[in-house]
Design a protein around this ligand. Structure first.
Ligand SMILES: Nc1nc2c(c(=O)[nH]1)N[C@H]1C(S)=C(S)[C@@H](COP(=O)(O)O)O[C@H]1N2
Ligand SMILES: [Mo]
Length: 323
């Protein structure tokens, strides 16, 4: 991935970003500029940044104990940056072009099939997912394997709630996820940059962890296409590529599933992909990261800062081997 990356600080130097957007599409710049520097303060009576997707109701996580890890202390990244600097190879490998290429991606009638080793397999509409419970706010760090990071105010339901609804059988040990395959709607799938569809996987205990979120929104609005509309996975202690977008299938299985980036380059992208500053990517260090919107680099934290919540899932494992 990294060899295609333009350093984020180039794009998020305000003037350069401004010029590039002006060059790309004359008209939208004035509106976007209004959102510059807007900081998310929750839904209760405070202004939200300019956005196109529909507002949704989100249960605030502010009242939850800090040890849950549900709300990180850092300042959220701007809505503009979260929605205009994306990895979504089904559309394009050019991060700042994803929003434009994915604009108009139609998700009407979306369904998520949940099958495999479960007693109650079911195909969920978006309304069925909403019926599982209200969208909850989670303000998480997001650390891409390419060494940039953001802080994103997601909205969604714990994945555990969906899995409990289909009643996993005792033989189920892992969960496999699949993105939509439809090259007419996802033009990047006409290229062979990855094998399609994009696939991901978790151990069942990772999938059931309270931090693991099935996200349907961000910043109090429905997910825009570039961030994985209408439903994507968020696993905040793992590298961003585990957060599979635009999910159509979730399967309970009895062995470790194949995953897209691990299949592409197993020596570079592990199956576990737990954020780990001590295990470098073969082509770059993982010790530090560029937080989008900040000057200078930050130290990368073990498990992306969620060690207290998740380190025990890996007791006794050599994390340099199971990376
Ligand atoms: N289907 C699909 N899911 C995907 C990707 C992708 O290319 N296709 N990119 C991954 C990578 S590498 C990252 S860092 C995150 C980026 O999420 P964001 O664009 O919402 O920040 O999505 C992940 N999920
Ligand atoms: Mo990534």
């Amino acid at each position: 991935m990294e060899d295609r990356v333009t350093p984020p600080e180039i794009y998020f130097n305000r003037r350069q970003w401004f010029n590039r957007r002006q060059w790309l599409r004359g008209g939208i710049v004035a509106g976007s500029a209004l959102a510059t520097g807007a900081i998310y303060r929750g839904l209760k009576g405070r202004p939200l940044p300019v956005a196109k997707t529909k507002q949704i109701e989100v249960v605030s996580a502010e009242t939850l104990p800090p040890e849950s890890g549900f709300v990180v202390d850092d300042t959220p990244t701007s809505y503009r940056a979260i929605t205009s600097y994306n990895n979504f190879y089904e559309f394009t490998t050019d991060k700042v072009d994803v929003a434009r290429v994915a604009e108009g991606f139609v998700t009407t009638g979306w369904q998520v099939e949940v099958n495999g080793l479960v007693d109650a397999p079911k195909t969920f509409t978006m309304a069925d997912l909403a019926a599982l419970g209200p969208a909850e706010e989670r303000i998480y760090r997001m650390r891409c394997v390419e060494a940039w990071s953001m802080v994103i105010p997601w909205a969604g339901i714990p994945l555990a709630r969906l899995l409990e609804a289909v009643r996993p059988q005792a033989a189920a040990t892992h969960v496999a996820f699949e993105t939509l395959y439809d090259p007419e709607r996802m033009p990047g799938q006409k290229t062979s940059v990855l094998e399609w569809p994009y696939i991901e996987g978790l151990r069942l205990d990772e999938a059931m962890h309270p931090l693991t979120l099935l996200a349907t929104g961000l910043y109090g609005r429905e997910l825009p296409p570039q961030d994985g509309a209408p439903v994507r996975l968020v696993v905040p202690w793992k590298y961003g590529f585990k957060g599979i977008k635009s999910i159509v299938r979730i399967s309970l299985v009895s062995s470790q599933p194949q995953t897209s980036w691990n299949r592409y380059a197993p020596g570079e992208y592990g199956y576990y992909a737990n954020v780990n500053p001590a295990v470098d990517h073969p082509r770059w260090s993982q010790a530090t990261e560029q937080r989008i919107g900040e000057v200078g680099r930050r130290a990368t934290l073990p498990f992306n800062g969620y060690a207290e919540q998740v380190a025990s899932l890996y007791d006794g494992m050599d994390l340099a081997v199971h990376f």
